[in-house]
Design a protein around this ligand. Sequence first.
Ligand code: G3I
Length: 361
Amino acid sequence: MMTYHTKRTFLFVLLTLLLTGSANAQTHEAVGLKDVYRNYFTIGVAVNQRNVTDPTQMALIKKEFNSITAENDMKSGSLHPKEDVWRWQGADRIANFCRQNGIKLRGHCLVWHAQFCDWMMTDKNGRPASKRLFFKRLRKHIHTVVKRYKDVVYAWDVVNEAMDDGGPSAYRQSQLYKLYGDEFIAKAFKYAHEADPSALLFYNDYNASMPTKRDRIYNMVKKMQAAGVPITGIGMQGHCNIYGPSAQDVDAALTKYAELVSHIHITELDVRCNKEMGGQLQFSKGDTQQMTDSLAALQAAQYARLFQVFRNHKDVIDNVTFWNLCDGDSWLGVNNHPLLFDEHLQPKRAYYKVKHFNPNN
Ligand code: G3I
């Protein structure tokens, strides 16, 4: 039987818990992802021109994120389509948005076979450019770009997707590799470090937790570092789906990469509602598919598993970046519903699952 005094104490404690709980819940929504993860890693987003000009989208970015990546506007092919042609406008707009709002910028990306300055690989006679000519052009490009943004860019994806998922060669058989071998990787990092010695320099790839690809990335970075190449970070893109990769594979990859680098970024996170994964440019945009309750639950569970692993590796993970702001922006198409915000910029079940985590487990 509770005495009067015990009953009063019980009610006081209960009331306090309820008030604190609801206050937390309210303040929780008043703060963004960047705030609840301030003791873990920065939270980033890849942006396009609409995202940094539309007031509603800019407000959402400033509330939720403290790192930005230009989805396309800082790619070498976009910036430097011809030897004497530079297109800075889009990249400058994103860099200025970061400068004006005190948001750090991830530079993406200096060398990528898929959107590169292909003119660099051909000489004036239309023949493959010699190593001397190519590396002279590459150095000038990297120095020009890196120096332009060194006040706001803290990390560069220097080389993107140079390794092959599972073919006979560890290296992707790109024109870059066929003409210049893996020396283009070494030289790209060398030039980036010359241009901005303080920037973190990342090798970035997708399917980086698949064991075969993981080991290929690991062996390449280890070989490069042994030769004095300044690779300071590994970017795991994180283009996932609701079924994979497994938490175990992601955990194993983070553990292995941490043997080589003290900076790992999850650079392009999305969780598509189908069975495909990776950053390949060939993928199905999915049939018109509504976001059902069961898909929402599967997606929230996968995001929760991934962020549990990320939090467990907060000692080496500095940043987790979502690839695009909302489903309507996604390179995968809105029908894959891959992000935390739907096409109307409304938070989805996965958003709350990522945000309201238990820090004690
Ligand atoms: O800007 C042109 C526009 O002028 C033209 O009218 C239009 C139609 O042809 O194309 C526009 O360029 C498109 C560009 O996105 C900007 O929207 C390109 O065709 C299109 O291929 C390009 O797709 C991007 C893709 O990389 C290739 O660069 C995606 O938006 C972007 O999300 C995707 O991102 C990559 C990462 O950089 C690297 N990791 C994989 C990831 C997904 O593929």
